[in-house]
Design a protein around this ligand. Structure first.
Ligand code: AP5
Length: 191
């Protein structure tokens, strides 16, 4: 089963992906986490990406598609993947579809996590104090939210043209968000 968790910065994509991957034996692939690993290892790619990420803008399609392509065949992904923060452009979505088709697979579900801007800002401000992520500041967050509005208007219609994109109320407590996701899984399995 291949799933996309789609939503704005701070919506809970990573939080939910980590819970669901353990429960369902899936593998979370987060392009944000992969990029942050490159930054902390000081690789050439990380050096290129850091400034872009710190501004809250999008890293190039070529880089993020390459990172995903390098991981989809790993044994950990054999039961399926939760794509977290990818795709963010139509080009990324089309590249992902092509990658999966080559492997006789597809995207089985796209879930949209909905959270109000005010709550997103509060979550990111809290995480900034707890973790010190370099793009968790108000200027970068404004850009991340603006980017989200722009790329969601490109990516959501791409997937809606292929089928339903169920919405999840991401304003609820973490365990209730998980319960909503699991109930969507169950209803899709029953369909
Ligand atoms: P990325 O790492 O993907 O960041 P993001 O989309 O901004 O997402 P976040 O990690 O901030 O939020 P999340 O939805 O995962 O929420 P989380 O669970 O952490 O991308 C970073 C950058 O990398 C991008 O800006 C871009 O530059 C680059 N990049 C990445 N992918 C790219 C791509 N495909 N193309 C181009 N560039 C790319 O939760 C947030 C906080 O809220 C946590 O503290 C959590 O504990 C808390 N929380 C979660 N759920 C709840 C809840 N239900 N109630 C209360 N608090 C909650």
């Amino acid at each position: 089963m291949n799933i996309i968790f789609f939503g704005p910065p701070g919506a809970g994509k990573g939080t939910q992906a980590k819970i669901i991957e353990d429960k369902y034996g899936l593998k979370q692939l987060s392009t944000g986490d992969m990029l942050r690993a490159e930054v902390s290892e000081g690789t050439e790619l990380g050096l290129q990406a850091k400034e872009i990420m710190d501004r809250g803008e999008l890293v190039s399609d070529e880089i993020v598609i390459g990172m995903i392509a390098a991981r989809v065949d790993s044994p950990e992904c054999s039961k399926g993947v939760i794509f977290d923060g990818f795709p963010r452009t139509e080009a990324q979505a089309a590249a992902l579809d092509a990658m999966l088709v080559e492997r006789g697979q597809k995207i089985d579900m796209v879930l949209e996590l909905l959270v109000d801007d005010e709550a997103l800002v509060a979550r990111i401000e809290k995480r900034a104090l707890e973790e010190g992520r370099s793009d968790d500041n108000i200027e970068a967050l404004k850009n991340r939210l603006a980017q989200y509005r722009s790329y969601s208007a490109e990516v959501l219609p791409y997937y809606r043209a292929q089928g339903d994109v169920p919405a999840v109320d991401g304003m609820k407590p973490i365990d209730e968000v998980t319960a909503q996701i699991e109930s969507i899984f169950a209803s899709q399995e029953a369909a």
